[in-house]
Design a protein around this ligand. Structure first.
Ligand code: NCD
Length: 323
């Protein structure tokens, strides 16, 4: 975000959610606590609420998505909002309409919240600068830069599994250089005071040294996950790497794939995370993905709760309720 732009309102509440950068740890904790209240046991009917009654949420996703888009839609519906999924790949944008014209068009249909995923850095802020005063913009993933609700759901999953952050060693493994998930996890976990963060990647997938300050950098997964409490695996972001079709996936699996034998190096009660979509047999083996230490499906459940918490927060902060 540029310096003269703030995603917070005058009261320090979120008007938009574009990044976790600079967010107050107290606000992050508040969102995690709020999300906790939206969780339910498997088989129970999911909690609902009327916080967004009368609101209209539009999902504008210009990159593929399964979990993020579905969970934003369910979150909006469960809070009583109208929810609209616009397939941006099939919208007028491909006919040359600018994103702002699309936004103004939907604003004229009384859309109150735009959830946007885009491959172009800066689009979220651009939209946020141009929407009407009462309208909120929430990131569903911005290029390689930021995926704030994913960072929050990852933090919530770690809090549930480990009871807190203070003494934890968290290892993030894979294509960190091109990963918005890793960047937002880093922001959330640093704010929440995690004891040690390790980033593990081959040279070409390691971020520049100006980023992830304070994290321990490691080339070897075997050394990097030693004694870790949390192991977060990432997909190779092939769509963001020029010439990546040539990555030798078998070799990558041998060098960086998480197998049960490797996982034995982590702490005995370590949990394994993955934001999805998984490439089984590449960055993670099926025995680990489906094994007893995996919290991957819990991350998905937490994703709905976090998105409900964020939507309820911005609605409350705007103070616009149905009469
Ligand atoms: C991630 C994304 O889109 O950044 N997926 C997600 O939102 N759960 C991770 C990925 O695509 O690898």
């Amino acid at each position: 975000m540029t310096q003269d732009f703030s995603q917070l309102d005058r009261n320090g509440r979120l008007r938009h959610l574009i990044t976790l950068d600079g967010l107050d740890p107290g606000l992050i904790r508040e969102l995690l606590d709020r999300a906790q209240g939206y969780l339910c046991l498997p088989g129970q009917l999911p909690p609902r609420g009327g916080d967004l009654r009368g609101w209209t949420i539009a999902n504008l996703f210009a990159e593929p998505s399964t979990r993020t888009r579905a969970s934003f839609e369910l979150a909006a519906l469960r809070l009583g909002a109208d929810s609209l999924n616009l397939d941006v790949m099939l919208s007028s944008r491909v006919k040359g309409e600018s994103i702002l014209d699309t936004i103004y068009t939907l604003q004229a249909m009384q859309v109150d919240v735009f959830v946007i995923r885009d491959a172009e850095p800066g689009i979220l802020e651009l939209v946020a600068r141009h929407v009407d005063d009462h309208v909120c913009v929430i990131s569903g993933g911005e290029a390689h830069i930021s995926h704030p609700t994913q960072g929050l759901l990852d933090a919530l999953t770690i809090q549930q599994s480990k009871g807190g952050f203070r003494d934890l060693v968290v290892a993030i493994v894979g294509d960190i250089r091109h990963s918005r998930v890793a960047r937002s996890a880093y922001r959330a976990l640093t704010a929440l005071g995690v004891a040690e963060l390790r980033i593990i990647a081959p040279e070409e997938m390691m971020p520049d040294t100006g980023e992830f300050t304070g994290a321990i950098r490691c080339r070897s997964i075997d050394a990097g996950i030693e004694g870790a409490d949390v192991v977060m695996m990432l997909r190779i972001q092939r769509e963001r790497i020029a010439g990546s079709a040539t990555t030798d996936l078998r070799h990558y699996h041998e060098q960086y794939g998480l197998t049960a034998a490797r996982l034995a190096r982590a702490d005995a009660s370590a949990v394994v995370m993955h934001p999805g979509p998984m490439n089984r047999g590449v960055e993670i083996s099926s025995e680990v993905a489906d094994g007893p230490q995996s919290v991957i499906r819990r991350q998905v459940s937490n994703g709905v709760a976090i998105r409900m918490a964020v939507l309820a927060h911005v609605a409350e902060a705007r103070g616009r309720r149905m009469p």
